[in-house]
Design a binder for this molecule. Structure first.
Ligand code: B4P
Length: 191
């Protein structure tokens, strides 16, 4: 089993690259953003509660996403590893993931951090808004808030992973294929 965190600010290409990496390396792609949007689309009680938090660009409560991830890990059979996309987003989520994996005789093997300039992040998300219809992509003030939340609550995870010796920075600027090539090179060393 190889378990990887794809990490980076909103718009850094986590979702885009995770789909391609999961296919190439036969990993199970777990995106908490996708899981939450599926709850909203299905009109569940949880989805209704989370919708207003997400449309403001704030993080949903830790316990909600931790439970979602634990369920997915336990119900996925025959996987050769997990690619975590958009999870963890707080140090508390990271500690919970570590514990969850340890209890199941697994660990986080690497954290690949996509580095992208601020203006490029905003540009990508504004462009995506038309296609995605996502309320959190439509408004530049919400996009800026998401980037601020990332810096305040999510970026501290980098130090946690650096201390564990699993942090790897990756240039996230350029074409989707260029970035995929860089990520795939790191992945090959881990497989
Ligand atoms: P996410 O779904 O994770 O949203 P995201 O940060 O915007 O990343 P995403 O993967 O979608 O975008 P990507 O960078 O691939 O989360 C949404 C919300 O859910 C959060 O704000 C939060 O409220 C909640 N949530 C999710 N997980 C949570 C957690 N663990 N805890 C608490 N709350 C949580 O790509 C963006 C765009 O750029 C795409 O259109 C893509 O085509 C384009 N792009 C990518 N690479 C490019 C490139 N190289 N060149 C040009 N365009 C590129």
């Amino acid at each position: 089993m190889v378990n990887i965190l794809i990490f980076g600010p909103p718009g850094s290409g986590k979702g885009t690259q995770s789909v391609k990496l999961a296919e190439k390396f036969n990993l199970t792609h777990l995106s908490t953003g996708d899981m939450l949007r599926a709850e909203i689309a299905a009109g569940t009680e949880l989805g209704q509660k989370m919708s207003s938090i997400m449309s403001k660009g704030e993080l949903v409560p830790d316990e909600v996403v931790i439970e979602m991830i634990a369920n997915k890990i336990d119900t996925t059979k025959g996987s050769s590893g997990f690619l975590f996309d958009g999870f963890p987003r707080t140090v508390a989520q990271t500690v919970a993931l570590d514990k969850m994996l340890n209890e199941r005789k697994m660990k986080i093997d690497s954290m690949l951090v996509l580095e992208v300039e601020h203006d490029e992040l905003v540009k990508r998300l504004v462009l995506r808004a038309d296609l995605s219809g996502r309320p959190d992509d439509k408004d530049t003030a919400v996009i800026e808030n998401r980037i601020d939340v990332y810096k305040e609550k999510t970026e501290p995870i980098i130090n946690y992973c650096r201390e564990k010796g699993i942090y790897q920075s990756v240039n996230g600027m350029g074409t989707i294929d260029d970035i995929f090539g860089r990520l795939a090179d790191y992945m090959k060393k881990l497989m």
